[in-house]
Design a protein around this ligand. Structure first.
Ligand SMILES: *[C@@H]1O[C@H](CO)[C@@H](O)[C@H](O)[C@H]1NC(C)=O
Ligand SMILES: *[C@@H]1O[C@H](CO)[C@@H](O)[C@H](O)[C@H]1NC(C)=O
Ligand SMILES: *[C@@H]1O[C@H](CO)[C@@H](O)[C@H](O)[C@H]1NC(C)=O
Ligand SMILES: *[C@@H]1O[C@H](CO)[C@@H](O)[C@H](O)[C@H]1NC(C)=O
Length: 213
């Protein structure tokens, strides 16, 4: 059981460390006033889709009824922060391979809350044709004054400690059980040996004494 757990954790670590792996995770939807916030937009590609031109456009809408404002674009690595209330506070936070197309808002203000949209256009360059694909990710952002404790993080931390205590306890029980089993079989072996040699019972008891409680 412990071995399996270690193997699984090891595999998870390897996945985390590897640069090749693209994992599509949804963006955070809460930002803290005055801090920075990552608007995550990930669009994974298949291995064969190597030759590709990618451009991404980021938009912002303060509320559902207002029209969208272009805030940032990255066309084939050419990054540009556009004229908007967010200008000067936006940083590219994506990757060079253009699978991670995230933006970072610095010094978040209450007026940054609203709806963000990440639009990814890809033009694949095969020999005779250039198919295109587009992806849209929507992020609804809420700005709060202070960081709230994440209840799921606390819960998983507690679970981790419970599991650790349980595993330690289980290991201890297993060790005691094995020790008992070994000493018992030793005792039995000694018993049969002494019976066979027909040694008087007092002597037989004294040899068994150190292992019994
Ligand atoms: C939506 O946002 C626009 C632009 O910021 C503003 O003029 C309008 O009053 C807002 N509408 C609502 C319902 O909040
Ligand atoms: C994203 O921003 C954080 C904080 O500024 C930085 O530590 C990290 O390296 C950035 N990642 C990329 C891929 O730019
Ligand atoms: C953050 O923004 C507030 C107003 O929105 C401004 O007063 C403050 O100087 C800014 N802080 C930084 C570090 O840019
Ligand atoms: C994103 O939001 C726009 C505008 O609200 C909507 O038309 C579109 O269907 C949404 N797309 C996704 C993938 O949720």
């Amino acid at each position: 059981m412990l071995n399996h757990l270690l193997t699984i954790t090891c595999m998870l670590c390897l996945v985390r460390l590897s640069h090749e792996v693209c994992v599509d995770v949804p963006s955070e939807t809460e930002a803290v006033l005055g801090q920075s916030m990552r608007l995550t937009c990930i669009d994974c590609m298949k291995r064969e889709e190597v030759k590709v031109r990618t451009s991404v456009d980021w938009y912002y809408r303060p509320n559902e009824t207002s029209s969208r404002i272009p805030i940032y674009k990255n066309q084939d690595g050419k990054r540009e922060s556009l004229d908007s209330p967010l200008k000067g506070r936006l940083l590219w936070n994506g990757s060079h391979d253009m699978q991670d197309l995230s933006l970072r808002i610095q010094n978040v203000s209450f007026t940054d809350s609203g709806f963000y949209q990440c639009r990814v256009y890809r033009e694949f360059q095969f020999d005779y044709f250039t198919p295109t694909a587009s992806t849209i990710k929507n992020i609804s952002l809420t700005v709060i004054e202070k960081a709230s404790e994440d209840p799921t993080a606390i819960y998983s931390e507690i679970m981790m400690y419970v599991l650790l205590v349980f595993l330690t306890f289980w290991l201890l029980v297993e060790m005691v059980y094995c020790y008992r089993k070994i000493s018992k079989s030793d005792e039995q072996a000694q018993d049969t040996a002494t019976n066979y040699l027909a040694i008087p019972s007092e002597q037989k008891d004294s040899t068994a004494a150190p292992v019994t409680e």
